[in-house]
Structure formats: structure tokens, C-alpha cells
Ligand binder design. Structure first.
Ligand code: UDP
Length: 239
């Protein structure tokens, strides 16, 4: 398949991406638009895994700041990612894309448990596999989940879809006027320069397993397809 650069991808969608303008909760029309974009990628024959975040519902760290036990708060966060996963499944199937949701915490009545070899088989059969409940362990993030699943699935790249930001900058472009956008970086650059891309656990895992990461703006229609085809529209992190 020469028309695409990446044949098997892990698309990381933050919870925020599913929330629309309000920034919290689930916004079905917004999710449907994302599903239509993902369908275009599937139509190219690309195998697609999705890791969804849960920041639109709850973050463990917020609970901790409010006096909750961190692990307990993180489990609530993981449950949020399952709600997002089911919403994405609904949207994808409504546009004709077959899917399976796999959860890292068993919830057999509504989704399959995460089984690596089964997930690979689904991909080979043309199904989008949505990974929910993060890693299944507290103190981790869904960015780390994306790196972990990308390694396990032997994915060609992680596509990190951002809301309104088109790549990695030297500083927050919304706050610093002369912030510079990077086209290419290494995972070590991210760690060294403390760039706000993913947390350090996720960066280390991506670096150790040589998984390329592409950071791009989800809000421009057609961008997921552009990245899959190898157009350099965001920031590519390799090495
Ligand atoms: N979470 C966790 N373990 C994981 C993944 C996620 O405990 O392996 C929890 C954690 O509390 C996190 C929340 O789920 O704050 C939502 O995930 P994340 O913050 O990564 O979502 P995103 O920022 O991508 O929307």
C-alpha cells in the first residue's frame, strides 16, 4: 500500500476533542464529525486503533487536589474513558465503520476485555479497535496508554490529535507571541526541553520503543488523512 505513509495507526483523541466548545461532557455531533474523518482513513485501507482520553469527564489529579485518594480518583477517570469509547463506537458505526471497544478493566456486558491478539485480528478484519479504560492502572495517563498500545499493536505511528493547536511549539502559542513551531523533534528533545506534548512516562515509552509520534490539529477537516498520507502538517517526533 504505497499511497499512505502509515498502515497501522494509534489515534489518540483527548476527552476534550469529544466535548466541543463547552469543554466538558459528550457532544454527539462533534464526535460524528470525527467519525467521518476516521472513516476516510479506513477507506484508504489503514488499520486504525483509537485511544480515548477522559479529561472531558474527570481527571484523577483534580480529584486528588480536592482531597480524594488518588488511585480512587484515577479509577473514576478510567470509567470516563469508557463512556467516551462507547460514544465513539456509536458514531463510527452510524457512518458504517465496524468497531470493537476493548476495555483494560473488564466490563463484559458492554465491551470486550483487552486482549492483544484479538485486537490485532480485529484490525486485520478492517475493524476499528477503540481502547478504553486507559492502561487499567491508576497513576497513568491515556497518553501512556497510546504509547503502550502502539508498542503492543506494532503500530507505525501515534497520531496525537490536538484541539486547535497545529503542532509542538517552543511555548504556548496562545500566550507567547513569538513561540516557534517545530516541524521535527526527537523524543529526547521533548523530555529535555520539557515540551508540553505528552507526559514523561508516555514520551519515554515511545522513545524506548522507537514509535513515531505526529502532533497535529484535529480541528482542520481532512487532517487525519493528510497525516496518514505523510503530509507534514504538524510536528513529527521520532528517534
Ligand atoms: N487514567 C488512569 N490510568 C490510565 C489512564 C487514565 O488512571 O492508564 C485516569 C486518570 O485519572 C486520568 C483520566 O483517567 O486523569 C483521564 O485520562 P487523561 O487525563 O489521560 O485524558 P485526556 O487528557 O487525554 O482527555
Amino acid at each position: 500500500m504505497s499511497k499512505v505513509k502509515y498502515n497501522r495507526i494509534v489515534l489518540k483523541l483527548s476527552g476534550e476533542a469529544l466535548a466541543g466548545e463547552k469543554g466538558f461532557g459528550i457532544n454527539p455531533p462533534v464526535i460524528k464529525k470525527i467519525a467521518e474523518e476516521i472513516k476516510q482513513v479506513c477507506d484508504l485501507g489503514v488499520q486504525v486503533c483509537i485511544v480515548c482520553g477522559g479529561g472531558n469527564m474527570w481527571r484523577g489529579v483534580t480529584g486528588e487536589q480536592m482531597g480524594m485518594e488518588r488511585a480512587q480518583a484515577d479509577y473514576i477517570g478510567m470509567l470516563g474513558t469508557i463512556m467516551n469509547g462507547l460514544s465513539l463506537q456509536d458514531a463510527l458505526e452510524s457512518v458504517g465503520v465496524p468497531t470493537r471497544v476493548q476495555t483494560a478493566i473488564e466490563m463484559r456486558q458492554i465491551a470486550e476485555p483487552y486482549i492483544r491478539r484479538k485486537a490485532i485480528r480485529h484490525l486485520e478484519k478492517g475493524r476499528v479497535v477503540i481502547f478504553s479504560a486507559g492502561t487499567g492502572s491508576p497513576y497513568f495517563s491515556t497518553d501512556t496508554t497510546a504509547a503502550l498500545r502502539a508498542a503492543e499493536m506494532d503500530a507505525d505511528a501515534i497520531l496525537m490529535a490536538k484541539n486547535g493547536v497545529d503542532g509542538v511549539y517552543s511555548a504556548d502559542p496562545n500566550k507567547v507571541k513569538d513561540a516557534v513551531k517545530f516541524d521535527h523533534l526527537t523524543h529526547m528533545d521533548i523530555l529535555d526541553k520539557h515540551l508540553q506534548v505528552m507526559d514523561s512516562t508516555a514520551s519515554s515509552l515511545s522513545m524506548d520503543n522507537h514509535i513515531p509520534l505526529v502532533v497535529f490539529n484535529l480541528n482542520t477537516p481532512g487532517n487525519i488523512v493528510r497525516v496518514v498520507k505523510g503530509e507534514e502538517i504538524g510536528t513529527t517526533i521520532e528517534g
